[in-house]
Design a protein around this ligand. Structure first.
Ligand SMILES: NC(=O)c1ccc[n+]([C@@H]2O[C@H](COP(=O)([O-])OP(=O)(O)OC[C@H]3O[C@@H](n4cnc5c(N)ncnc54)[C@H](OP(=O)(O)O)[C@@H]3O)[C@@H](O)[C@H]2O)c1
Length: 279
């Protein structure tokens, strides 16, 4: 089942995340697409991602007949303080130029002339949004308005920041990507803002941030009943509360299991129970 953004872009219901795959990135992206993932998340940030190797996988897939328009490609602008000496733009240039250079370099890495989603990796400000955030957002809005990316989004954002962004941006984000902790009701406050504004909420680290939930007897019992693992229960829960989950698996079997999560049946009571399990 696909999701639709408020500007009518269709987005797959599960996304493959490419962080921390290092030299295995190309092989794993290829495997993920061959297993059935059609949405890929990366970032132009060499500390955590190998965007050029994602591009290498896309080239191999293209040779096997996988068309660019069959894939949903998402990358990110990471500010200079999230980069090392391999910063993919001139860090002394003004922020608008940094965004444009980073975006151009992402297109080059991914061998494409447009992105499906371009995400600000994190606001500069811890609280509220400052001048730097607005300058970067304006540069991203310009990329969107020029048709170079079909959607724009923001990651690692608080509820207060997202509220301000939605109120004051010329173009509201179509995507939010946040780490999802069960102890915070799976980021409920931010998810509710997303729902009110028609923004797609992407949840990451659903498994790694919540080992206690995966170990819960109730989750294990549901998994046993459904003939799946606890990870699939959590991914299905995420979908049922309206999220687009990311998985970072490196295991071919887990790729198939994660995609099969869509077939897990959960009752409304079970969804409510998992949502509040760690509170
Ligand atoms: N915007 C940001 O700042 C940000 C930050 C972090 C991550 N992300 C994005 O989110 C993606 C996912 O993050 P993540 O890696 O933390 O996600 P995750 O899916 O919560 O964690 C991956 C871990 O879960 C395990 N796993 C996955 N499916 C499983 C299954 N069916 N059964 C058992 N174990 C399973 C994996 O082990 P195996 O490898 O053995 O399957 C791996 O250890 C990243 O790749 C990145 O694209 C974004």
């Amino acid at each position: 089942m696909a999701l639709t953004t408020y500007n009518q872009v269709t987005v797959p219901s599960f996304m493959y995340g490419t962080a921390w795959k290092k030299d295995a990135t190309a092989r794993l992206v290829q495997l993920a697409v061959e297993s059935g993932f059609t949405a890929i998340d990366t970032a132009n940030q060499l500390i955590h991602y190998q965007e050029a190797l994602v591009g290498e996988a896309l080239q191999s897939l293209a040779l096997k007949g996988v068309r660019r328009d069959a894939l949903f490609l998402q990358s990110k602008f990471t500010s200079a303080d999230g980069q090392d000496h391999r910063t993919p733009y001139d860090r002394d240039a003004d922020l608008t130029i940094q965004v444009n250079q980073s975006f151009a370099s992402s297109l080059q890495h991914l061998h494409t002339d447009y992105l499906d989603s371009y995400v600000l990796h994190a606001p500069f400000s811890r609280r509220g949004l400052g001048a730097a955030d607005w300058e970067v957002w304006a540069a991203m809005e310009a990329l969107y308005e020029a048709g170079k990316t079909r959607t724009i989004g923001v990651s690692n954002i608080t509820a207060v920041q997202l509220t301000v962004l939605c109120q004051q941006a010329h173009v509201k984000p179509m995507m939010v990507q946040n780490r999802c902790f069960a102890v915070m009701a799976w980021d409920r406050q931010v998810r509710e803002i997303c729902r009110d504004h028609g923004i797609i909420y992407q949840g990451f680290s659903l498994l790694t941030a919540n080992p206690d939930v995966l170990a819960e007897p109730e989750v294990r019992a549901i998994a046993q009943r459904e003939g799946v693992g606890p990870a699939q229960v959590i991914f299905r829960f995420a979908m049922r509360v309206g999220m687009l989950p990311l998985t970072g698996t490196t295991n071919p079997q887990h790729m198939l299991e994660d995609l099969a999560a869509e077939r897990v049946t959960l009752s409304s009571d079970e969804i409510q129970r998992i949502e509040t399990m760690a509170l």
